[in-house]
Design a protein around this ligand. Structure first.
Ligand code: ATP
Length: 251
């Protein structure tokens, strides 16, 4: 089943002088996939994520999430769609400092009026999956970046979204914390069938995905699938990035 379908999506910025950030991009993500999006700085990755997460409108083209077109919704209906069908993980965690980590995780359920007993049941489940049960009464300043990101992932999946969107989820983490976070993305993908699309500059993080879409100048440049070995996939990713051009720090 197609979880995400992007059809002929284009986005231009500017009025007198138009700049085309995305040019007729089309691709799909099937239920249960873990897909990475890579490309040089300025290639359009954030623009694409902003269209899919419905925070911005495309100039033309269509987006379907589980067969629904969120761009046809507005106001409260769009906010509700975003809250129920999408989960977000950001580079800088975006946790609320005034709440405990546990309160942060249940926020999407509390906003949706889910009964407290059900909130507690789901909190226990995701806290076990993400290994953060012992941290739930702590606050953001009392935990490491890796622990904060694991909390953010728990919050992003507690309401069982159709699609989990992640923007540079390892961008603020050291290599050890990055590996743990990526193993958890892999685990929730494999064990909980969470369909995920992740923008990343980090080839090691990308090697945990099943498929990578490479974007260059607002168009799909290439896509590669993981075979049996993550190490081999990592090397393939490095090879495509070097073909894409640009200094490695630009990725
Ligand atoms: N609001 C905007 N107005 C005008 N141009 C924009 C706007 N947002 C992005 N752009 C331009 O669109 C292009 C794509 O930007 P985008 O942020 O999507 O790239 P990116 O691949 O996410 O880059 P990075 O890896 O550096 O975050 C860039 O050339 C950028 O300058």
């Amino acid at each position: 089943m197609e979880m995400l379908k992007v059809s002929q999506l284009s986005k231009s910025y500017g009025k007198q002088v138009m700049f085309s950030a995305l040019n007729h991009i089309s691709f799909s993500i099937e239920a249960g996939e873990l897909v990475g999006v890579m490309g040089p700085s300025g290639s359009g990755k954030t623009t694409l994520l902003n269209m899919i997460s419905t925070v911005d409108q495309p100039t033309s083209g269509e987006i379907y999430i589980e067969g629904n077109n969120p761009l046809s919704l507005n106001g409260d209906k769009l906010a509700l769609f975003r809250r129920r069908e999408l989960g977000f993980v950001f580079q800088d965690f975006n946790l609320l400092d005034t709440l405990t980590l546990g309160e942060n995780v249940i926020l999407p359920l509390a906003l949706d009026g889910v009964p407290v007993k059900e909130q507690d049941r789901r909190l226990t489940k995701v806290a076990n999956i993400l290994g953060i049960k012992h941290l739930l009464s702590k606050r953001t300043f009392e935990v490491s970046g890796g622990e904060a990101q694991r909390t953010a992932i728990a919050r992003a999946i507690i309401h069982k979204p159709a699609l989990l969107l992640a923007d540079e989820p390892t961008g603020n983490l050291d290599s050890n914390a990055s590996r743990i976070v990526m193993e958890l993305f892999e685990k929730i993908n494999q064990e909980e069938q969470v369909t995920t699309m992740m923008v990343t500059h980090d080839p090691l993080a990308a090697s945990y995905c099943n498929r990578i879409l490479f974007i260059k100048d607002g168009s799909i440049y290439n896509e590669i699938y993981k075979g049996s070995s993550r190490q081999q996939f990592y090397q393939q990713i490095i090879d495509v990035l070097s073909l894409l051009g640009g200094a490695s720090r630009e990725f």
